[in-house]
Design a protein around this ligand. Structure first.
Ligand SMILES: *[C@@H]1O[C@H](CO)[C@@H](O)[C@H](O)[C@H]1NC(C)=O
Ligand SMILES: *[C@@H]1O[C@H](CO)[C@@H](O)[C@H](O)[C@H]1NC(C)=O
Length: 377
């Protein structure tokens, strides 16, 4: 009997592992790096992604987005690279009607047998202006599954992303946050995926790797036990807008570094951000010094001698060592924390971006409204 039960359990596990929808993630230079290397001034304020505007919490820029993965639209599939972004909720792709989209592939609805016209105009406000276009619906391919009749924005004005979009690696954005912050309340792709029964479980998980040849992986529909060690610890969401949880504290040698009580996990940013005055104090405590645009530099020697930063979530310490938060950049070392004041009502909050996800495999549990963390393997 026991053997039979075990066998069934193993078969069940194998099926789930097979049913995981795996998206390989590729690391790119952030637009900020591209700007710097070309001697261009960084004109975007990173806070713009979270600043209030015409539509309070929908403002983004992608200066600091670092990972992208493939997605397709239409039948036969047309392929695009998108930022899989847990800090926003809309899907947008460059349209065949775009004249300023540089060398990016353009979605052409006339070449798709599954296209449904919508035509409603759509816009999102970024730091330096709007990105806009109109809505369309079509099949959207994410890994091995196809979401049917997904409404998304066909974008034909990308001025709001600035010059760097035309040379940037990503073609569009695929938002993975909640419907509440989706512009025009269009159901996000993952919500459609769950509604259409395409995944075994209503969860997805991010794995960012340091291993050569593998930049990262996004798993839809379950968790991949190969990507972490130890147990997952879950923290209930404090809001279903961004993926937001209560922040228990940030400590250095037991000394508190923040009064802020909210944190979100954002796969669309390469840094960890917090309120400007708190990051300033934190930088001082670890020996980093101010650079430009809220960024800090830190002596590369601190890779060996620097202090740990403990981030408390759900009563547990998630410790970042200097190796986790110092980003070597040519001859300099960039401090992985940046000051961003996110205005109310969304803020003030801390934004746990890639340095956090790289250290801690993160499970976005849409079904149970919680985040899970474990040491990435
Ligand atoms: C266009 O899409 C929006 C958002 O999903 C929907 O509310 C609206 O009914 C659609 N309009 C048409 C004409 O299909
Ligand atoms: C977290 O780490 C700090 C040291 O910065 C320590 O004082 C505290 O007791 C730890 N808390 C837990 C729950 O491990």
């Amino acid at each position: 009997m026991k053997f039979a039960t075990l066998a069934v359990a193993f078969v069940g596990m194998a099926n789930v592992a097979e049913a995981l929808v795996k998206i390989p993630l590729t690391k790119m230079k952030t637009m900020r790096q591209t700007y710097k290397e070309n001697g261009l001034e960084v004109v975007h304020d990173p806070a713009a992604k979270y600043a209030p505007g015409a539509d309070p919490i929908h403002i983004h820029n992608y200066m600091d987005a670092q990972f992208f993965g493939p997605v397709t639209a239409g039948t036969p599939p047309q392929t695009f690279n998108v930022v899989y972004d847990t800090g926003s909720s809309n899907l947008w792709l460059p349209s065949s009607t775009c004249t300023g989209c540089g060398k990016h592939p353009l979605y052409d609805s006339s070449k798709s047998s599954t296209y449904h016209k919508n035509g409603t105009s759509w816009a999102i406000q970024y730091g330096s202006g709007p990105v806009s276009g109109f809505l369309s619906a079509d099949s959207v391919g994410v890994g091995a599954v196809t979401v049917t009749d997904q409404t998304f924005a066909e974008v034909n004005n990308v001025k709001g992303l600035g010059l760097a979009y035309s040379v940037g690696k990503f073609d569009g954005i695929l938002g993975l946050a909640f419907p509440a912050i989706s512009v025009d309340h269009i159901p996000p792709v993952f919500v459609s995926m769950v509604a259409q029964g395409l995944v075994p479980e209503p969860v997805f998980a991010f794995y960012l790797s340091d291993t050569a040849g593998v930049d990262g992986e996004l798993d839809f529909g379950g968790i991949d036990p190969l990507h972490f060690t130890g147990d997952l610890s879950y923290v209930p969401l404090s809001s279903e807008t961004y993926w937001e949880v209560t922040l228990g504290g940030i400590n250095i040698d037991g000394a508190s570094q923040t009064k802020t009580t909210k944190a979100i996990v954002d796969s669309g940013t390469s840094l960890i951000a917090g309120p400007k005055d708190e990051v300033k104090a934190l930088a001082k405590a670890v020996g980093a010094f101010p650079f430009l645009h809220g960024e800090y530099l830190i002596n590369c020697d601190k890779l060996k001698t620097g202090k740990n930063v403990d981030i408390m979530l759900g009563g547990k310490n998630y410790t970042l060592t200097p190796k986790d938060y110092i980003i070597p950049d040519a001859s300099l070392c960039l401090f992985g924390f940046v000051g961003i004041d996110v205005p109310a009502p969304a803020g003030p909050l801390w934004i746990l971006g890639d340095p956090f996800i790289r250290k801690f495999y993160t499970v976005f549990d849409y079904g149970k409204k919680r985040l899970g963390f474990a040491l990435a393997a």
